[in-house]
Design a protein around this ligand. Sequence first.
Ligand code: G4P
Length: 190
Amino acid sequence: MELLKRKILDEGIVLSNQVLKVDSFLNHQIDPLLMQAIGKTFASLFRESAITKIITIESSGIAPAVMAGLELGVPVIFARKRKSLTLQDDLYTEKVYSFTKKEESEVSISRKLVSPVDRVLLIDDFLANGEAALAMARIVEQADATVAGIGIVIEKAFQNGALKLKEQGYRVESLARVASLENGSVEFAN
Ligand code: G4P
C-alpha cells in the first residue's frame, strides 16, 4: 500500500535494527485518513472471504480494525490484555509470549462474542514473531469458529511471524512489508 509506505518513509523512526517507531500515525497519535485508507484496503482484500467478525488486540490494532469493520460492515472485537471490571468470567484466554518485550501476557475475549458460525478476520498493527496473531487464532479455534484471514498493517519480514502463520495454513495479507531496518533506514520487501 503506497500511501502507508510513504508515511513510514516520511515519519517512521528506526530505533534499532529490530524496531520501527510509528507513533505519529499508528501507535500513539492516529492518522484517521490513513486508517480509513487502511480499512478500505483490508476490506478489498477480504471482501470475498465472507467475514462475519474482526478480532484484534488492544490497543494499537483497534484503529485499523475498526476501519476495516466499517468497510466490511461487521463488528470488531478487541481482545483485552487486562481483566476488566465488566469482563471477568466466561472468557476465552490465551497466553502471548513477546520476544520483543521478553514477557508473557494473557489476552481474553468474552465467549459470548464468538460462535462456531463466525468467519473471523484477525487484524494487528505489527507482525513480528507472530505470537499475538497465533494467540488470537487459538482463541478463534477454541470457539470452533474459522480464521478466514489475517490482516497486518506493518510486517517485519525479517522476523518469522508471517512464515509461522502461513505454515499453519492461514492467509496473511500485510499492507507494508519491511525487509530491513539496517543502518537506520527502512527497506521494503515487495
Ligand atoms: P509478535 O506478537 O508478532 O510476536 O510481536 P512482539 O511480541 O514482538 O510484539 C510485542 C509488541 O510490540 C506488540 O505491541 C507489537 O505490535 C509491538 N511491536 C513489535 N515490533 C514492533 C516495532 O518494530 N515497532 C513498533 N512500534 N511496535 C512493535 P503491544 O505491546 O501489544 O502494544 P500496543 O498494541 O498496545 O501498541
